[in-house]
Design a protein around this ligand. Structure first.
Ligand code: NAD
Ligand code: UGA
Length: 474
């Protein structure tokens, strides 16, 4: 039996997944040359920046991995064709966003970048190449990739053999903010495919640092579907606990106590039970929409409606926050300064994709608020893109126009504010000196905590009013 010996890996897509995933493979397998390629020059330039603080993504632990492997056996490049030609294994790790027009718009995944990669691999690969789906994809995409790869792109020369391919699915389960830990100590690695030799080759790579019993093998379709279902189950838990938070607020119960009470049941488990302003991130919404689309495609409308409700509840949760705040600030926030603490969709990342902070800030701007936004890692230019609006250093006052500015420190943001709204659970927000902050706010001043990061006793002692998500009043 042939055993593929892997000396060279190419990963197409140097994003949040491609970059860290390949960095860890290169770190753990110094005998394999790993080249991460992307069409985006500035992204590749940032991955090659000698200043590790300028890497294109922020992930705890990433700098150390990059500094060990980069230039040794890990390379970032825009030479896509060359990297494909010299690779034994090609990972496709490109973006698969929701389609915004045409058939399936608003639900189906846009596979144009995946298809482009498959065509490029078909054209430039040499010999036998194992092609691996790392992107999250609709079930049966591997069949599409295989069909493209198996169509000869050009006639081989007289003594040249046509390239051959095996296609595997190897979805990624890392979460942003904990990517390096998730990659170094994964709960499992999933490999789907029917070419045992190719599966063995990929499994061998992971086995350099992942215990064999954690490397699961399935057929292609189970692997592709499991990725969508894992995200759907995780998102479903968040919508479930957020629905309970609203019920707690109305009944005098406390969602933290309810989460503890149910989470200690080992059948339920304690993880993913933190109520919050709604889930964000680039994937939960997109992957559930994709799942809903697939269910409809396979004539399962009841199943589609079931999963769709997870997103509807999440939209409702994000939308209700601004309304609650306006209601408590005497029914208007026009001309009022509001400090927004946290803009990333979760702590320990600079990613703002689908962050609840975006829709909540837009709702408050619509109400005429003057937002002072702080985030320790998000670039103010990204905030401007997300809010479709430039920052303004002058406040528009009572003329009704909402404005925003970026505040480099929490103290700057809170200075003169009527309220603080905490939207991301950055660790530094757990350690704020509320006595000092209360002195620079305009009374009666409020703290709105959607992430359960502040101590209610400290807030009360500082003379501040407080609303916490999921906390009922007696
Ligand atoms: P991303 O947008 O950060 O990165 C994708 C990169 O692919 C971009 O830099 C883009 O320029 C590049 N690209 C697109 N087409 C290309 C082509 N033809 N040739 C070369 N480069 C090309 O996306 P991401 O967050 O890394 O996600 C990638 C995939 O992984 C998605 O399917 C996503 O659902 C999945 N995923 C993401 C996460 C996450 O935490 N972000 C976790 C698990 C799975
Ligand atoms: C999620 C999954 O956790 C990963 O396994 C998956 O690989 C990834 O999506 C993906 O496919 O992209 P990620 O979105 O990076 O990872 O981060 P999560 O930790 O899952 O958080 C997602 C959102 O849910 C965040 O907005 C977070 O604040 C929110 N959340 C999470 C809660 O509101 N409560 C919780 O208890 C947990």
């Amino acid at each position: 039996m042939t055993i593929y010996s892997v000396h060279s890996i190419c990963c197409i897509g140097a994003g949040y997944v491609g970059g860290p995933t390949m960095a860890v493979i290169a770190d753990r397998c110094p005998h394999i040359t790993v080249t991460v390629v992307d069409l985006n020059d500035s992204r590749i330039e940032a991955w090659n920046n000698p200043d590790l603080n300028q890497l294109p993504i922020y992930e705890p632990g990433l700098e150390a991995v990059i500094s060990r492997a980069r230039g040794r056996n890990l390379f970032f490049s825009t030479s896509v064709n060359e990297a494909i030609a010299s690779a034994d294994m090609v990972f496709i790790s490109v973006n698969t966003p929701t389609k915004n027009k045409g058939i399936g718009a608003g639900q189906a995944s846009d596979l144009r970048w995946v298809e482009a990669c498959a065509r490029q691999v078909a054209q430039y690969a040499q010999g036998h190449t194992v092609v691996i789906e790392k992107s999250t994809l609709p079930v049966r995409t591997a069949a599409v990739i295989k069909a493209i790869l198996d169509t000869p792109q050009c006639q081989p020369g007289e003594n040249e053999a046509l390239p051959t391919f095996s296609v595997l699915s190897n979805p990624e389960f890392l979460a942003e903010g904990t990517a390096i830990r998730d990659l170094e100590q994964p709960d499992r690695v999933l490999i789907g495919g029917d070419d045992e030799v190719a599966v063995d080759a990929l499994s061998t790579i992971y086995s350099y640092w992942v215990p064999t019993e954690k490397i699961l093998r399935t057929n292609l379709w189970s692997s592709e579907l499991s990725k969508l279902i894992a995200n759907a189950f995780l998102a479903q838990r968040i919508s479930s606990i957020n629905s309970v938070a609203a019920l707690c607020e109305s009944t005098g119960a406390d969602v933290r106590e309810v989460a503890l009470a149910i989470g200690t049941d080992s059948r339920i488990g304690s993880k993913f039970l933190s109520a919050g302003p709604g889930f964000g991130g680039s994937c939960f919404k997109k992957d559930i929409l994709n799942l809903v689309y697939l269910c409809r495609h396979f004539s399962l409308p009841e199943v589609a409606a079931y999963w769709e409700q997870v997103i509807e509840l999440n939209n409702w949760q994000q939308n209700r926050i601004a309304g609650l705040l306006v209601q408590r600030l005497f029914g208007t926030v026009t001309g009022k300064r509001l400090a927004i603490l946290g803009f990333a969709f979760k702590a320990d990342t600079n990613d703002t994709r689908e962050s609840p902070a975006i829709s909540i800030s837009l709702d408050l701007l619509e109400e005429g608020a003057q937002l002072a936004i702080h985030d320790p890692k998000v670039d103010p230019l990204q905030i401007a893109r997300d809010l479709h609006k430039s920052p303004s250093n002058s406040s528009a006052g009572l003329n009704g126009e909402g404005t925003w500015q970026f505040s480099p420190t929490v103290r700057d943001a809170v200075q003169g504010a009527d309220a603080v709204l905490i939207l991301t659970e950055w660790d530094q927000y757990r350690k704020l000196n509320w006595q000092e902050l209360a002195e620079i706010m305009r009374a009666p001043a409020w703290v709105f905590d959607t992430r359960s990061v502040v101590d209610p006793v400290e807030i009360a002692e500082a003379g501040l009013l407080m609303w916490r998500l999921g906390e009922g009043v007696d």
